[in-house]
Design a protein around this ligand. Structure first.
Ligand SMILES: Cc1cc2nc3c(=O)[nH]c(=O)nc-3n(C[C@H](O)[C@H](O)[C@H](O)COP(=O)(O)O)c2cc1C
Ligand code: SF4
Length: 490
């Protein structure tokens, strides 16, 4: 077994605002739709996060959660931080994460103009100024079923969202909601909070000159547009305690949004956030979601390391830790840490595809990491209001059933799987993990089946075959692939 740690900096400990992390890998916040309809956590949600903690990640940033739940929610199954009654379930979640040595931060959010659940319920949506409506090119890309899931988002009268421009007094009330939610996070034993100030939600609507047309002290100059965020940071520090770490997720750029946030705005906001007491910046970006293509530019960037340039700019501008995110490959992460381009690496999709990635890095077993193929299935599920799924990880969302799917068998069998296509290989993998002796027969000279064909159209699919081909203890005899059950420890 190869025990050489290829990415030692990534695997080494570091801290954010006094919070010690066992490595520099952070799980990026990702909405899952695994919470209950009532804003509480569920067994499915807690098991999903526990599995990522078990996999060795240093810090988990919990998915977007609603500070005023059910108001301000963008998903039907979203975690609430709006009432004290949520604290005990949230405490159970943090305990389950902590027992594996990981830390956890709550991502506090008000979805603002994207608060789909407010539209459905007919509630007015708070915004800095009334946004312009823009026709979407997404509908042409959806199936009938998917469109049906969107239709309810027209609201009770089918007329779409009703916006309400916040008065100054109401802005103060929203700021207090963030502070109270942070207080509950601390009570539930979260180690930190992340303020979601990106991705078109309420705080970023204030930051974005494309949306914020106010003429009072919360609009106009970059400093004025950042005022809401700055007052949220200050209110949290005051309400909870100055040493409770507050991370801030910011957009460095708004793609395909006329007059949107620019890197120059971002750097001004970054400096102000640091001055107000932020303990780290998580550098993301946003794209115009009414244009399908923009979504692959931001926030779910398709270009490898597509936001690294912004992380570097932030690193040169402020002295608090910088968290880089956006399809960051391991070698790129290690080099960036070495060059001090950033201090931490947040990974989203990679940790959906393989929650054990951090442990595999620190134990020199990187060849066993199941690759994300950047196919966008996970996030498409969220778009159509369904629970998250992963195209390459059938366990995702089924972790709470894990005991039943993966167990060590007391009676080893010799099992023949016919066909080394994706399903055959996955079946063989799971059976071998249970301890059986598994053999796969494939009539073609190569393994991979339809994935091989799909690789011609989209290269990342080929990573899956490479991963399967690298699995340990497989011997090849003519066209047969043999898996030795006892040695499989994926
Ligand atoms: C399914 C899914 C849900 C997401 N939900 C959130 C969210 O709740 N809050 C957030 O700030 N970003 C969200 N994101 C963006 C990720 O945090 C991350 O910035 C993005 O996926 C890029 O990182 P990656 O290339 O490592 O996946 C989501 C991404 C995915 C894939
Ligand atoms: S493989 Fe596809 S579904 Fe799975 S995490 Fe990656 S992009 Fe999402």
């Amino acid at each position: 077994m190869n025990l050489q740690v290829k990415h030692p900096l990534l695997a080494a400990p570091a801290s954010i605002g006094g919070l010690e992390l066992k490595n520099k890998i952070i799980m990026a916040p990702m909405g899952s739709n695994f919470a209950g309809e009532d804003g509480h956590t569920t067994e499915q949600l807690e098991s999903y996060y526990e599995e990522r903690a078990k996999g060795g990640v240093g810090l988990i940033i919990l998915e977007t959660s609603a500070i005023t739940w059910p108001a301000g929610a963008s998903m039907p199954y979203m975690i609430g931080f709006s009432k004290d009654e949520f604290v005990s379930d949230l405490n159970s979640l943090t305990q389950r994460v902590h027992q594996h040595g990981a830390k956890i931060a709550a991502q506090l959010n008000h979805s603002g103009k994207i608060a789909q659940e407010d539209t459905i319920a007919g509630r007015p949506i708070p915004v800095p100024s009334i946004p312009k409506s823009e026709p979407s090119d997404m509908f042409g890309l959806l199936t009938q079923d998917e469109i049906m899931n969107f239709i309810k988002a027209g609201g009770p009268d089918g007329k779409g969202p009703r916006y309400h421009e916040l008065t100054i007094d109401e802005i103060k009330i929203e700021i207090n909601h963030f502070a109270q939610a942070a207080k509950r996070a601390k009570l539930a034993n979260f180690d930190a909070v992340e303020i979601h100030a990106g991705h078109g939600y309420l705080i970023s609507s204030f930051l974005s000159p494309a949306v914020n047309k106010r003429t009072d002290q919360y609009g106009g100059s970059t400093e004025n547009r950042a005022r809401f965020l700055i007052e949220v940071i200050q209110a949290i520090k005051q309400e909870v305690s100055a040493d409770f770490p507050v991370l801030v997720r910011l957009d460095a750029n708004e793609y395909r949004i006329d007059g949107g946030i620019t890197p120059k705005d971002f750097l001004v906001t970054a400096r102000l956030a640091e001055k107000a007491g932020a303990d780290a910046l998580d550098v993301s970006s946003y794209g115009n979601t009414s244009k399908g293509i923009a979504f692959t530019e931001a926030p779910l960037v398709h270009e490898p390391g597509g936001f690294l340039k912004y992380a570097r700019m932030a690193k040169e501008t402020v002295s608090i830790p910088i968290i880089a995110v956006g399809r960051i490959e391991l070698d790129v992460a290690e080099n960036g840490l070495k060059n001090k381009d950033f201090d931490f690496v947040a990974m989203g999709r990679k940790l959906l595809a393989d929650p054990g990635l951090p442990n595999k890095i620190s134990s020199g077993q990187e060849h066993l990491i199941r690759p994300c193929i950047y196919c966008y299935v996970c996030v498409s599920q969220i778009f159509i209001n369904k629970p998250m799924m992963c195209a390459v990880n059938s366990q995702l969302g089924n972790e709470f059933r894990n005991e039943k799917i993966i167990f060590s068998t007391a009676r080893q069998k010799n099992i023949l799987v016919v066909g080394a296509g994706p399903s055959g290989m996955e079946a063989a993998r799971l059976l071998a993990m249970q301890g059986h002796h598994v053999e796969i027969w494939e009539k073609d000279k190569d393994i991979g089946g339809t994935v091989r064909v799909a690789t011609l159209a989209y290269e990342p699919n080929g990573q899956l075959i490479k991963y399967s081909a690298k699995l340990p203890q497989r011997t090849q005899s003519n066209n047969k692939e043999k898996y030795g059950g006892n040695d499989r420890k994926d």
